[in-house]
Design a protein around this ligand. Structure first.
Ligand code: 9WO
Length: 257
């Protein structure tokens, strides 16, 4: 069965950015995964279809009502139950959460289903956490105006990992991040642009040498820009040798003038 992704959101139309374009749009079109929406407003009982109210204790802004969210999450879970999925991971996108990284993306891409909750306003009534086992996931340390963009970021990263989402010519396993390193530089035609040339090694056809150069570049960039990534990663003997041969941080080339 293809995995199914369920999003609880007041703004399902925003997800056209995910379902209408590129790799994710194609994957959904080709039924490599399902994408459905549960609008808390459809689970309100009052004439005004109220989904928010003022915070107890005072303060600015509004808080999302617990009941419409509870009913929307319960409906999503019931739909999954009917399709044979027992206890889906349920994720609330929030700056308080575990930071999203490629390891978590790969974990989530192996799940048969995910339920995502995108909040709005100042947040959700805390009692929702007593009703549902929500994991909190953050895409970075900044505040947005809602969880929809983070939910789309997570789904985009997950969907491109699904078998068949990328052409077999470039599989997700080839991504440099899959390897725990930053990407190497890329070049395409022309060979010379305003006096700027393509590294010689890439124009020769020596594929082993090209692979070695790319790995060296990826290691160099990772050491310079994200040394934290290297500290968390074991290095192969080849990688250790390449790193030793790289110029130290002191004799790096100057940037553009
Ligand atoms: C709004 C606000 C206003 C005044 C003082 C503190 C405040 N906090 C917030 C807030 O966190 N609003 C959130 C908006 C409520 C939940 C949805 N929103 C959200 C999610 N903003 N940013 C995210 C998010 C999610 C995942 N990764 C990064 C950011």
């Amino acid at each position: 069965m293809a995995p199914s992704y369920h999003v609880v959101t007041l703004f399902p139309e925003m997800f056209a950015a995910l379902s209408g374009f590129g790799v994710s749009g194609r994957a959904i079109e080709r039924r490599l995964c399902g994408l459905s929406f549960w609008d808390p407003r459809d689970f309100t009982q009052d004439n005004y279809r109220t989904v928010d109210d003022r915070p107890f204790g005072g303060g600015p802004g509004m808080v999302m009502l617990v009941e419409p969210l509870d009913l929307a999450l319960t409906a999503a879970r019931a739909a999954l139950r009917r399709s044979g999925v027992g206890a889906p991971r349920m994720i609330y996108l929030s700056p308080q959460g575990r930071r999203l990284n490629q390891a978590l993306v790969e974990e989530l891409a192996a799940e048969p289903a995910l339920v995502l909750l995108a909040g709005r306003y100042e947040g959700i009534d805390e009692r929702l956490f007593a009703r549902h086992a929500l994991e909190e996931v953050s895409i970075g340390d900044y505040v947005l105006s809602g969880g929809e963009l983070p939910a789309m970021v997570l789904l985009d990263a997950v969907i491109r990992q699904l078998p068949g989402a990328l052409g077999h010519a470039n599989s997700a396993a080839e991504d440099s991040f899959a390897d725990g390193l930053l990407d190497c530089p890329h070049y395409t035609r022309p060979e010379r642009y305003l006096g700027l040339t393509v590294p010689e090694v890439l124009r020769g056809g020596n594929h082993a040498e090209i692979a070695r150069w790319r790995l060296g570049q990826a290691l160099d960039r990772t050491r310079t820009r994200r040394p934290d990534l290297l500290r968390d990663r074991r290095l192969s003997p080849l990688e250790q040798a390449l790193l030793k041969d790289l110029p130290g941080p002191s004799d790096r080339e100057a940037g553009p003038v």
